[in-house]
Design a protein around this ligand. Structure first.
Ligand code: HEC
Length: 486
């Protein structure tokens, strides 16, 4: 949702709310639900990370005065699970960073509004939470800042921009955590981190006069010049990079309201000396022009990780081999992929990626005993809320578990996020008006020595999709057709 539609959406309930809540009869004192006692604890714990000055949410919720005129909108946004924003639906394995109100909390807010949104005794209001200013995990081992600020216009469409931040590392390092600090918090929606050891991102930056270069994927140039496809195979894969093959690798990212990206203890990202960090940032204009100059803090592990991890991405390479060809107007277009895990693994994080037409994602695991478990389900994908979901505890997936991934797109005019009006035929591609789609899950092998076997199976699966999927033929044909038309 854009800022303008969000603002429009709250104006109406505000007016209605003022009439409804203001005129409500006052129930007996004992049963009354008040802001100070009942609602503030919920709002302070779940909303103020974003709804405070300088953050990207469009208004603050730090006091009764802030919340009272928005009571109706708060009740409706929480009941519909639009707020707090959290796109993952029910999963069989809880996430540790879940932003989801309980049914009781939602009911409390409803009751507060029904009671006339009273303040109650201000003395009972809990203290505001303390927000860590500065680096969330203490002083980083290496802090870097964008070379020059990027101008974000006051208005207009969202901006996607990639920035090359040289790390100037003269030795290889292992990184256990990454924190991200935007300078213009009000306009930075999320930023994905990539590593580039090829210099490709620097070259693209040099081609474009303004700071950075446009596009959605940063260092992860997936297809195209030369070793493009190889580039992404190392995504999140600590060991695969040790062979010295130059490639871009994803490190995860930061999203509005998010925390520093920290790996489970004993795990670390490999960062080769000479790597550039690529920040692939999504900006949401806020009404005033802003200059963004992000800083990133890297926290080094004390030594090599005790265990290596890898990513299982389904379908692989963001779906490039699946031959995405979504007819204009088609309401339901689905791609699927399956993979049988050859060794015992333990999963610790999961995330999805696609552009605007994607609607739903699921990743299910069929365990060797036949039990079917949901690892991730997103019913209402929103490109604005890219989240890396961390499992509360490692999820054990025994050898022989089958993973089934499904990505569904809606290319009809009814999809309010469809960037094309009227809808147009859409293929796989890196522009945000193209599509892609996959679910990535980060895992360690239960037995350290099994990692190569898992990596070989993943590589074999990628080859299988590359040779049997329609995607590469389609890309070549389209490229040939484009050349023929010149
Ligand atoms: C992770 C950041 C974040 C958190 C946490 C969050 N909000 Fe929001 N909120 C936003 C942003 C950003 C918008 C603007 C619309 C958008 O981008 O989706 C918004 C918009 C709203 C709106 C406007 C209505 C709408 O549908 O857009 C309401 C009401 C709201 N938030 C209430 C809440 C309440 C109540 C909570 C806590 C229970 C909360 N928010 C938690 C970021 C957040």
């Amino acid at each position: 949702m854009t800022f303008r539609t969000a603002a429009a959406a709250i104006v109406v309930p505000l007016a209605v709310g003022a009439v409804l809540t203001g005129g409500a009869a006052t129930p007996s004192a004992q049963s009354q639900t008040t802001f100070s006692e009942h609602v503030a604890p919920i709002v302070f714990a779940n909303c103020t990370t974003c709804h405070r000055p300088g953050e990207a949410a469009p208004f603050s919720l730090l006091s009764y005065r802030d919340a009272r005129p928005l009571a109706k909108a708060i009740a409706s946004a929480t009941a519909s699970h639009v707020m707090p924003p959290w796109k993952a639906g029910p999963s069989d394995y809880p996430f540790d960073n879940a932003r989801r109100l309980t049914d009781d909390q939602i009911a409390t807010i409803q009751k507060w509004v029904a009671d006339g949104a009273p303040e109650g005794n201000p003395a009972k209001t809990p203290a505001l939470p303390r927000f860590t200013e500065g680096w969330q995990l203490g002083t980083p081992d290496l802090a870097v800042t964008m070379n020059e600020p990027f101008d974000v216009p006051a208005s207009g469409p969202d901006v996607y921009r990639n920035f090359v931040v040289p790390l100037n590392l003269d030795r290889d390092v292992w990184v256990r955590a990454i924190d991200f600090r935007p300078s213009a918090r009000a306009v930075v929606h999320h930023s994905l981190f990539f590593l580039d050891t090829t210099g490709a991102a620097r070259a693209r930056d040099a081609d474009d006069p303004a700071p950075g270069f446009p596009g959605g994927m940063g260092g992860g140039r997936v297809v195209g010049q030369g070793r493009g496809v190889a580039a992404i195979l190392g995504n999140g894969d600590a060991n695969a990079q040790a062979d010295g093959v130059a490639r871009a690798a994803g490190l995860g990212g930061w999203a509005l309201g998010g925390r520093a990206l920290e790996l489970p203890s004993g795990l670390a990202f490999f960062v080769a000396k000479g790597s550039d960090l690529i920040l692939s940032t999504h900006f949401h204009p806020s009404g005033t022009a802003q200059h963004e100059r992000s800083s990133v803090g890297l926290y080094f592990a004390s030594g090599p990780p005790t265990q290596a991890f890898t990513a299982v991405q389904l379908p692989p390479v963001f779906g490039v081999f699946e031959g995405l060809d979504i007819p204009a107007g088609q309401e339901r277009y689905t791609i699927t992929d399956s993979f049988v895990i050859p060794v015992d693994v333990r999963a610790f994080a999961i995330g999805a990626h696609a552009h605007y037409l994607a609607k739903a994602f699921t990743l299910k695991a069929t365990l060797p005993d036949g039990a079917v478990k949901t690892l991730l389900s997103i019913a209402d994908w929103d490109f604005s809320w890219q989240e890396r979901y961390r499992f509360k505890e490692f999820v054990s997936l025994p050898k022989g578990t089958r993973l089934d991934a499904t990505v569904t797109y809606d290319n009809s005019a009814a999809n309010k996020r469809n960037p094309s009006r009227p809808p147009v035929r859409v293929y796989w591609g890196e522009e945000s008006t193209d599509e892609m789609g996959s679910i990535g899950m980060q895992v360690v092998t239960a037995n350290r020595g099994d990692l190569p076997q898992l990596q070989q199976a993943i590589a074999a699966h990628i080859r299988e999709r590359a040779f049997t999927g329609p995607g590469l033929r389609q890309l070549l044909q389209r490229r040939g057709a484009a050349r023929g038309a010149q």
